[in-house]
Write a protein that binds this ligand. Structure first.
Ligand SMILES: Nc1ncnc2c1ncn2[C@@H]1O[C@H](COP(=O)(O)OP(=O)(O)OP(=O)(O)O)[C@@H](O)[C@H]1O
Length: 344
C-alpha cells in the first residue's frame, strides 16, 4: 500500500512537532526516517498510525484518505501493523499465543489462528520456541516474536519505531539483516524510524533526514551519503567535517590550497565543503599540495586509528582514519583526494 502525506502538521502546546511533511512512499518500499531525539519522528509515525490527530494536512494510505480536514479514521480502520522498541509482548502468553491472540481477537477461529501463528514463527526462525514464555527468550528473540505478530496480521503497512534500540550492538547487526529479510517476506510498505543513521542506511530503500519537524533531504542512502544537500545533513550522516572553502574561477581552495571536490561550482565566493576520512591521505612532508596539521586526539577503532588533525586556518579538526598509530602532538601532512562541495 502506498503512503501519501501532504503538508502534514502537528503541534503540542503551540510547538510544532511535525511541521509540514510532504512525501509519497511507494507500495512495498522500505522507508527509513532518521533524525536526532525530539525531531518529531515518533509523532509522524503516530500520525500515520492514527494514534495522534493531525492539526492540518492529509494522509492517504493505499490511495484512500484516512486523515484530512474533518476526517480522522481510527487506528483499527487503517490496516497498519506496528513494531515498537519495547516489544509489548504479553508475559503470561507463550510465543504462539502472543502471535495468535490478536488474530483470535479479530475473529479468527483458535485453530486457524494457531496455524497462522506457527507459519509466521517459521518465517522468523522461532518455530522451536512456540511454547516458551517471553521471559525465557533473548532480546533478539522477543523482537522476532513481535515481528511475527506483526506479519501474522497481514498488514499492508508496517510501522517500526526503533525496533532494535534495546538490543546489544552485535545482535543489532544480525537483526538488521533479519529486518531486510522480514521486509522482503512481508512485502508490506515499511516506515522505520531510528536515531541511528547507520541502521537507517543499512536497511532502507530510501531515507529521510528529519530535523525540527521537517524533512531536510529524502533519497537513497548512498545518494544522501555521497551528496548531502546541506551542512546539517552532511554533519548528521556518516563521518566527516564541514569546512569553509573558497571558489575562484571554478577552483576550490581550502586553507589556501586548491583541493579536488565534486559538486556544483556556481558563483565565486565562500562556500562549505564536506571532507570524509576516505577523502584524506597522509603523505610525506613537503609534497606539493599538502596541508600540514597537528594530531589532537587518537582512538583505536579496531583495524585503524581514528585521529583528529588541527590545521592552521581551519576552526574544526579533520577526521582521519590511519592505518598506523599516531601520537597526540604528531605533525602530519595531508593530501585531499576528494570532497563534496555543498549546494549553495
Ligand atoms: N504527547 C505529547 N505532548 C506534548 N509534547 C509532545 C508529545 N509528544 C511529543 N511531544 C513533543 O514533540 C516533539 C517531538 O517528539 P517526538 O517524540 O515525535 O520526537 P522523536 O524524534 O521521536 O524523539 P525520540 O527519538 O527521542 O523518540 C518533542 O519536543 C516532544 O517533547
Amino acid at each position: 500500500m502506498s503512503i501519501t502525506l501532504t503538508d502534514l502538521r502537528k503541534s503540542f502546546s503551540g510547538k510544532p512537532a511535525v511541521n509540514g511533511i510532504d512525501i509519497d512512499i511507494a507500495p512495498g518500499e522500505f522507508f527509513a526516517i532518521v533524525g536526532a531525539s525530539g525531531c518529531g519522528k515518533s509523532t509522524l509515525l503516530r500520525l500515520i498510525a492514527g494514534l495522534e490527530v493531525a492539526d492540518a494536512g492529509e494522509i492517504a494510505l493505499g490511495g484512500k484518505q484516512v486523515s484530512g480536514p474533518g476526517l480522522h479514521l481510527p487506528s483499527e480502520a487503517r490496516g497498519v501493523g506496528f513494531v515498537f522498541q519495547s516489544y509489548a509482548l504479553w508475559p503470561h502468553l507463550d510465543v504462539r499465543g502472543n502471535v495468535a491472540f490478536p488474530l483470535e481477537a479479530a475473529g479468527l477461529r483458535a485453530v486457524e489462528a494457531a496455524r497462522r501463528a506457527e507459519r509466521h514463527l517459521t518465517t522468523v526462525a522461532l518455530e522451536h520456541y512456540a511454547s516458551r514464555k517471553p521471559a525465557e527468550l533473548s532480546g533478539g528473540q522477543r523482537q522476532r516474536v513481535a515481528l511475527a505478530r506483526c506479519l501474522a496480521q497481514d498488514a499492508g503497512i508496517i510501522l517500526m519505531d526503533e525496533p532494535l534500540a534495546n538490543l546489544d550492538p552485535h545482535l543489532r547487526a544480525t537483526m538488521e539483516e533479519e529486518l531486510v529479510a522480514f521486509h522482503r517476506a512481508a512485502a508490506a510498505t515499511t516506515v522505520y524510524i531510528t536515531h541511528d543513521q547507520r541502521e537507517a542506511m543499512a536497511v532502507a530503500d530510501r531515507m529521510a533526514v528529519m530535523a525540527a519537524g521537517r524533512f531536510l533531504q529524502v533519497g537513497a542512502p548512498d545518494e544522501v551519503y555521497a551528496r548531502p544537500a546541506s551542512a546539517e545533513v552532511a554533519r548528521f550522516i556518516g563521518e566527516g567535517v564541514v569546512h569553509p572553502v573558497t571558489v575562484t574561477d571554478g577552483v576550490v581552495s581550502l586553507a589556501g590550497q586548491p583541493v579536488p571536490v565534486q559538486g556544483e561550482g556556481g558563483a565565486d565566493g565562500p562556500r562549505l565543503a564536506l571532507f570524509r576520512p576516505k577523502d584524506l591521505v597522509v603523505t610525506a612532508h613537503g609534497e606539493g599540495g599538502a596541508l600540514t596539521g597537528r594530531v589532537t586526539a587518537v582512538l583505536y577503532r579496531g583495524g585503524y586509528w581514528e585521529a583528529k588533525l588541527a590545521v592552521d586556518g581551519l576552526t574544526e579538526p579533520f577526521l582521519l582514519h590511519l592505518p598506523r598509530r599516531a601520537q597526540v602532538g604528531d605533525e602530519l601532512a595531508l593530501c585531499v583526494s576528494d570532497g563534496w562541495l555543498l549546494p549553495e
